[in-house]
Design a protein around this ligand. Structure first.
Ligand SMILES: Cc1ncc(COP(=O)(O)O)c(C=O)c1O
Length: 338
């Protein structure tokens, strides 16, 4: 339960990969990649889309294609783009990142507005606001659509663009019943991932208007992300959409059961469980490490998520029984705790 990225391709997915029609995607000749790009552009109601190896590349291409060196970008303090992409906004796009701490990770326009630099020669020029839905570090939280809409309207009124890291936009879609296109609408660009929760081994897509995707395409080549017979991978993504999207509701149910079953004086779920992620606060210095060791010794893998925090993510390979077992192991955690 370290992550929803650890799933292995299912037999049906491997079959789809083995029988995929392929070509050289650097020449634009891979029919399966082209189909995936069309399908995702259509689902998100954007003009164009680009297949990329990872969510990180999708996000960073969005930054590179929509900013200039020295620009200011604004994002939430826990954003994956800021925390977990190896300093790429600075290294690859040369942008100044301003982080905003939002309660529960749920960014709202007044917080963004307060962080935007004034139009002043001393300051970096704001150009892009980045959102993350669902919000991983906040515990898979779904951002209220009204807040996203307001951010989008206000940003556009000031000539700013909006990028949505939708690595887990699928979860917001399944949990709320809102169409993916509606969830994507406030953003000028959206990245989605197939390698988390949907069970594909590799693959993300960046969707946006044609001009942005044309620019991103050039940078994808520059960064070594042009792949040849990538249809083998795109086939896994198409299979995941057809077979694994709807069942995310099971992961959400499992995550809720995990949180509800937790009954331990030193452990606490620190957020509403909107989707598939459960973050547990662990009382006492160093007790997070002890909990991870205890879990591992009982065959349950979690991941440290900052001091005093452990993350568990039920996924495609877990049954309700597996979750019940994880709850037992959590509740049997012993030793000194406050
Ligand atoms: C919210 C979010 N965005 C982006 C990424 C990056 O995806 P990748 O690991 O494919 O680069 C992740 C990875 O877990 C993520 O959780």
């Amino acid at each position: 339960m370290r992550s929803d990225t650890v799933t292995r391709p299912t037999a049906g997915m491997l079959e789809a990969m083995m029988t995929a029609e392929v070509g050289d995607d650097v020449f634009g000749d891979d029919p399966t990649v082209n189909r995936l790009q069309e399908v995702v552009a259509d689902l998100l109601s954007k003009e164009a889309a680009l297949f990329v190896p990872s969510g990180t590349m999708g996000n960073q291409l969005a930054l590179r294609a929509q900013t200039r060196h020295g620009d200011q970008i604004v994002l939430e303090d826990g954003a994956h783009i800021y925390r977990y992409e190896a300093g790429a906004p600075a290294a690859l796009s040369g942008v100044l990142v301003t982080c905003v701490q939002a309660p529960g990770g749920l960014l709202e326009w007044p917080l963004v507005a307060a962080a935007l630099n004034p139009d002043n020669v001393h300051c970096a020029t704001p150009s892009l606001i980045c959102l993350e839905n669902t919000h991983n570090r906040a515990g898979g939280r779904i951002l209220p659509q009204s807040a996203l809409q307001e951010i989008s309207v206000q940003a556009h009124a000031r000539g700013l663009r909006v990028h949505l890291d939708g690595a887990r936009l699928w979860h917001a879609h399944v949990a709320t019943g809102m169409a993916l296109a509606e969830l994507a609408a406030p953003a000028d660009s959206v990245s989605v991932c197939f390698s988390k929760a949907l069970g594909a081994p590799v693959g993300s897509v960046l969707a946006s208007d044609k001009a942005t995707i044309t620019r991103a395409h050039r940078f994808r080549k520059m960064w070594g992300g042009g792949m040849r017979q990538a249809g083998i991978l795109a086939a896994a993504c198409l299979y995941a959409l057809d077979h694994h999207l709807v069942r995310l509701a099971v992961d959400h149910e499992n995550a809720r059961a995990l949180a509800a079953g937790l009954d331990h004086p030193g452990l606490r779920v620190n957020h509403p469980v909107d989707t598939n992620i459960v973050i547990i606060d662990v009382d006492g210095p160093g007790r997070d490490e002890a909990l991870l060791a205890h879990l591992e010794s009982c065959g349950v893998l979690g991941v440290g998520f900052g001091p005093g925090r452990v993350r568990l993510v039920p996924h495609l390979e877990h049954s309700a029984e597996d979750v019940g077992r994880a709850v037992e192991v959590l509740n049997s955690f012993s030793g000194a705790h406050s």
